[in-house]
Design a binder for this molecule. Structure first.
Ligand SMILES: [Zn+2]
Length: 315
């Protein structure tokens, strides 16, 4: 929980140009794959482009230029791309401090600006640029911002579910519930539990009725019946087993609020981009962060390449 979020490893191009800061994890991945090597810095002058204040950081030099760091062509048909603020965000050293209240006391948490209940359902392209929308907050600020975000998620999901209900019912259909309940199993389970716990105190007639039901149920699932004595089949072990039976299964046709909302937007990358910006704006409004990393902004890019494809279904 309290580990540092920003390692600020400086990443250089093969020619030594400073590209951005990355995590130790990512740098180690490049090293392991043979895509770069750690750089020995003789003096800070060697990397004056990436010198930031008096601090020194580990530096990795890649032996290739990543696709998203290559100069972009202006003839692209899609709307793009890296703005100066995106560049600033990726190049500046990020402080391990609460982005809301600026405390640097340990005990930081990661806050997902775009809630993971939505983002986990996004297409891959929209998940690969997550670091911008994961911010560092102290535990005090975390509780508050999580509470407010939770309320907003509920509101957004409820609106989505209502839209979905109107659409499905408008087409003459019926909205599926989340769970499918096997009523027979539920009743057998409830009666088995009652016999086991309170059988001794039950009126004889009621207990017999319960037992009959449970025995019929056992027969229906291929257990018991035949020549065996009914009483012996309802031993404590069988009743205990029945008391643990599951009677609910998740309805595969059910769609939850987050699923409905992301599905509504999957036909347009622009809608998804707007949704990401909606949550960034929400975060700014409710948390009023005083210490966001330089270059962090509502209009920062939402995909790794900064491209939003027009009129195209995202798969
Ligand atoms: Zn704080």
């Amino acid at each position: 929980m309290s580990r540092l979020m920003y390692d600020n490893v400086h990443m250089l191009s093969p020619s030594g140009e400073f590209l951005c800061t990355i995590s130790n994890k990512k740098a180690n991945w490049y090293i392991k794959k043979g895509l770069g090597s750690w750089e020995e810095m003789e003096t800070k002058e060697d990397y004056k482009d990436c010198k930031q204040g008096e601090e020194e950081f580990r530096t990795i030099r890649l032996n290739f230029i990543p696709e998203n760091k290559k100069p972009t062509s202006s003839s692209s048909s899609s709307s793009s791309s890296s703005s100066p603020s995106d560049d600033l965000y990726h190049k500046r050293v990020k402080k391990n401090e609460c982005c809301i209240c600026s405390t640097s006391h340990p005990g930081f948490m990661r806050h997902y600006v775009v809630p993971s209940s939505f983002r986990s359902l996004f297409p891959r392209r929209f998940k690969s640029h997550m670091s911008h929308d994961v911010v560092l907050v102290c535990s005090g600020c975390y509780v508050d911002v999580q509470k407010r975000t939770g309320r907003e998620i509920t509101k957004v999901c409820k609106e989505g579910e209502e839209r979905w209900k109107r659409k499905v019912e408008g087409e003459g259909g019926k909205v599926e519930g989340e769970w499918m309940v096997d009523r027979e199993t539920m009743e057998a389970r409830s009666k088995a539990v009652a016999i086991r716990k309170y059988g001794g105190n039950m009126p004889e007639e009621v207990r017999r009725e319960h037992e009959r039901f449970v025995i019929e149920y056992l027969k229906s699932i291929g257990r018991g019946g035949g020549e065996e004595d009914e009483e012996t089949k309802l031993c404590d072990k069988t009743l205990e087993e029945l008391g643990n039976l599951g009677y609910k299964t998740r309805n595969p046709k059910y769609k939850g609020g987050a699923e409905i909302i992301v599905e509504e937007m999957k036909t347009s990358e622009r809608k998804l981009a707007e949704f990401v910006k909606y949550w960034r704006r929400f975060f700014l409004d409710v948390a009023k962060p005083k210490n966001l990393p330089a270059g962090w902004g509502v209009n920062s890019k939402v995909t790794l390449d900064g491209i939003i494809r027009e009129d195209e279904v995202v798969v």
